[in-house]
Each structure stands twice: as structure tokens, then as C-alpha cells.
Design a protein around this ligand. Structure first.
Ligand SMILES: Cc1cc2nc3c(=O)[nH]c(=O)nc-3n(C[C@H](O)[C@H](O)[C@H](O)COP(=O)(O)OP(=O)(O)OC[C@H]3O[C@@H](n4cnc5c(N)ncnc54)[C@H](O)[C@@H]3O)c2cc1C
Ligand code: FES
Length: 381
């Protein structure tokens, strides 16, 4: 952990609109709580943050629309400039620092904890409240079941002490004792006011969370949860056809979207196209679930498995005649198959490793002429 001080001594408060009402509304629950002022394109606001919580999580929990994507140190979207005060940098090696200018006082709000009162400038519209989503908060959870789906993929459930409502496509941050930092995982299930989160993890070689999950985790283990987070979400009332392109565990949030769309009859009047990229047939999972969704959609849902390293083999195809198998990178298979079928009635969802999501963005925007406002994505890294 390193300490970052503002490099603009004496100038900070003069840059801020003096708005005693805004500042006075902030309640400090204890002496350990700092006051964080935020100057954004929408004006001045403020929130309370304990010295043990990141600026991002404290602000989101209190309903501020602070900008973020990964909430876990990789993307750089939570950039803020520290105008006054000191913060602790919890993960100096976070890849997100490559996308900001630390020498000019930029910090990652998701990796910074206040050491005292401070003021930030955030290059976004930060306002209070975003009615569409439930406010995220801290939950106590326990691992309930662990099912190996392939040699490097595990599906597991976390049971929460208090119910959570989330939207299809959202994710949570998980933290376990003894491992620095929080990891983001997307929900596979879809339920309102549920105490059960179903999650799927693809093991990263040498990864801290993956190693724990595959080697040491057991039912009843305690786990800290923060959520729900993320805005790559599905809302039936928007009335879109759906295009989903996922690589590996990127399929997690798509399963949640399929669950909601199927249960709420979305495919009675809309079409869906799913492209799921894995290396070989041995890396496929959730095939039975896909078959059930295809069956219930009565011709309005197509699922294609794109195998990047090997052509499909007979037995798996035979067992799932309702699922299509193709060879190639998932974004290329999607581009070929959707040629002439992209439409402005469609909302596209992308998730998986960053190179896969970037490839799919190029396909959709370049080949499909899809406009960016019709694409929602999560990069898993
Ligand atoms: C929005 C989103 C959703 C995701 N959903 C899924 C999913 O459903 N399934 C899935 O398998 N993967 C998902 N991921 C990827 C997942 O969060 C992990 O990066 C991956 O599982 C590897 O974690 P690891 O601990 O095994 O590897 P590690 O290499 O140990 O850790 C990787 C990640 O952990 C965090 N981290 C590492 N060290 C620190 C530290 N010192 N301090 C703070 N943070 C640290 C960073 O986010 C880093 O990228 C998602 C990622 C994002 C951004
Ligand atoms: S949201 Fe902080 S680095 Fe991604």
C-alpha cells in the first residue's frame, strides 16, 4: 500500500463551488469516517467514506453515480484527480494505473482509501441516485455448492445473509480472507430478492481466487460480497432482439439474461442469437441449459458454440441437435453467421477476455454497422 498526496497544495478548495448545504448533509458515522468532496460536470457533491473502504464502493453504496467498469483495478474508468487530502493506494501495481496519469494526481477510486478528508475532481456527471438499479452494498455470504463443469471451470453458489435484487447481466465483487483485493464475478441466475447467487469461474493459471476455489474452498466457507454492480444489463421493457457474444466464463451474465428472457416470455416476440466461444468440445459447459432455452423459445433462439482450436466432434453434436457448432474465433463466427442479419432492433451483449471483446466490438461496429449505444459489454481483465 502506498500513500498519495494531492500535488496542488493550497489550490484545492478555491477550485470547488462552496456549497455548505451539500457538505452539511453528509453524516459521519464515526471518527474514522472521512468527508470526500466530489467536483464533477454536474457540480459539487460529497459523501462519507470510512478509512477501511474504497472511495468507489463508499460512493456507489450511498447512491452516487461514480464512473466505473471493472470495480477491481484493471480498466481505469474510475479515474479521479486528487485535489486535496491524502489517500492510500491499495494496489500500486493495478493495471488500471496505465490508463491514468498518477504524476498529475490521478487515482483509481476503486483502489484508493481516504486517510483523511479529501476532495476529488471526476470527469463525469456524478449525481445522486440511479433508479434503475438497486444500490450496491456489503453482504455476508457462504459458499453452498461447488460443481466442476470442466477441468478448469467451476459453478458455485453463494448464499447471502440478506436478500439482494440484481438485474440480468450484473456482477458482484467477492473477497476471501488472506487474498488481497476483490474479484468480480457475474451472476448466472436471475432472481429478485434472492439470497442465492450462482456464479461460474474459469481458472486462471496461478490466479489467487481460482487457486483457492479449486483447491481449498468448501461448502459453508465465509465470503464477503459487494453488489450488485454493472450496467451491461437486460431489460425486457426496452423491447430489443438480443445478440450475445461470450468467451469462456463471459457466458455467465448471458445465462442470467437467457434465464430472465425465457421466464418472462421475451422470445415469444423477439429473436435471440448466442455465440459462445471455447477452445474445444471438452471446454463446453451449460449445453443442457442451452438446449432447454432453445426448446422453450420455439424457433426464436439460436445458440452457436464456436470452437477456436478443434473442429466439432460427432457425439457432442449428436447429443445437442438444437445447438449449432462452428470452428473459429467467436467474433469471426458471429460476423460470418450474422452477415445481413444485424438490425437496429437489436441490443448486443459482449463479455469475456479483453481481446475477445475488442474483436467482437470490431465485428459489430465494422461489419454489422451496429451503433455503440446498442452494445453493452464487460471486459474480464
Ligand atoms: C465485470 C467483470 C466480471 C467478471 N466475471 C467473471 C465471471 O463471471 N467468471 C470468471 O471466471 N471471471 C470473471 N471475471 C474475471 C475475474 O474477476 C478474475 O479476474 C479472474 O477470475 C482471475 O482471478 P484470480 O484471483 O484467479 O487471478 P489473479 O491474477 O490473482 O487476480 C486477478 C484479478 O484480481 C484483482 N486483483 C489481483 N490482485 C489484486 C490486489 N493485490 N489488490 C486488488 N485486486 C487485485 C484484479 O481485478 C485482477 O485482475 C470478471 C471480471 C470483470 C471485470
Ligand atoms: S473501475 Fe477502477 S480500474 Fe476499473
Amino acid at each position: 500500500m502506498t500513500t498519495i498526496s494531492s500535488n496542488r497544495t493550497g489550490t484545492s478548495s478555491s477550485n470547488l463551488r462552496t456549497d455548505e448545504d451539500v457538505i452539511d448533509q453528509v453524516v459521519r458515522p464515526s471518527n474514522d469516517t472521512c468527508l470526500v468532496e466530489v467536483q464533477s460536470k454536474a457540480g459539487l457533491t460529497a459523501f462519507a467514506c470510512s478509512k477501511n473502504e474504497s472511495l468507489l464502493l463508499a460512493g456507489l453504496r450511498q447512491g452516487l453515480t461514480l464512473p466505473y467498469e471493472c470495480a477491481s483495478g484493471t480498466c481505469g474508468s474510475c479515474r479521479a484527480r486528487l485535489d486535496s487530502g491524502d489517500v492510500a493506494n491499495c494496489w500500486p501495481d493495478a493495471p488500471g494505473h496505465m490508463k491514468i496519469k498518477p504524476a498529475k494526481g490521478d487515482i483509481l477510486m476503486c483502489q484508493s482509501r481516504p486517510l483523511g478528508d479529501c476532495s476529488l475532481r471526476v470527469p463525469a456527471n456524478v449525481v445522486e441516485g440511479f433508479a434503475r438499479y438497486e444500490l450496491p452494498t456489503h453482504h455476508n455470504g457462504r459458499i453452498e455448492r461447488l460443481d466442476r463443469l470442466t477441468s478448469d471451470v467451476i459453478h458455485f453458489d453463494v448464499v447471502l445473509a440478506e436478500p439482494m435484487s440484481f438485474d440480468a447481466g450484473q456482477f458482484v465483487l467477492l473477497q476471501i480472507p488472506g487474498l488481497e483485493g476483490m474479484r468480480a464475478y457475474s451472476m448466472v441466475n436471475y432472481e429478485r430478492r434472492t439470497r442465492r447467487l450462482s456464479l461460474v469461474v474459469k481458472r486462471k493459471p496461478g490466479g489467487g481466487f481460482g487457486d483457492w476455489l479449486f483447491e481449498r474452498a468448501a461448502a459453508a466457507d465465509k465470503i464477503d460480497v459487494f453488489g450488485p454492480l454493472g450496467s451491461a444489463t437486460f431489460h425486457p421493457d426496452e423491447g430489443h432482439d438480443l445478440l450475445m457474444v461470450a468467451g469462456g466464463s463471459g457466458i455467465a451474465g448471458m445465462m442470467s439474461i437467457l434465464e430472465r428472457a425465457t421466464n418472462e416470455g421475451h422470445f415469444e416476440s423477439h429473436r435471440g442469437h448466442v455465440f459462445f466461444g471455447v477452445r474445444t468440445v471438452d471446454d463446453c459447459f451449460y449445453l443442457d441449459k442451452f438446449s432447454r432455452y432453445v426448446d422453450r423459445a420455439r424457433g426464436n433462439l439460436e445458440v452457436t458454440i464456436a470452437l477456436s482450436d478443434a473442429p466439432p466432434q460427432g457425439p457432442v453434436e449428436g447429443a445437442h441437435p438444437d445447438i449449432r457448432f462452428a470452428t473459429g474465433l467467436v467474433h469471426e463466427v458471429c460476423g460470418r453467421d450474422m452477415q445481413g442479419r444485424f438490425s437496429d432492433r437489436m441490443m448486443s451483449y459482449l463479455a469475456g477476455p479483453p481481446p475477445m471483446v475488442d474483436g467482437a466490438l470490431r465485428t459489430l461496429i465494422g461489419t454489422g454497422k451496429v451503433t455503440p449505444d446498442r452494445i453493452r459489454y464487460d471486459k474480464f481483465g
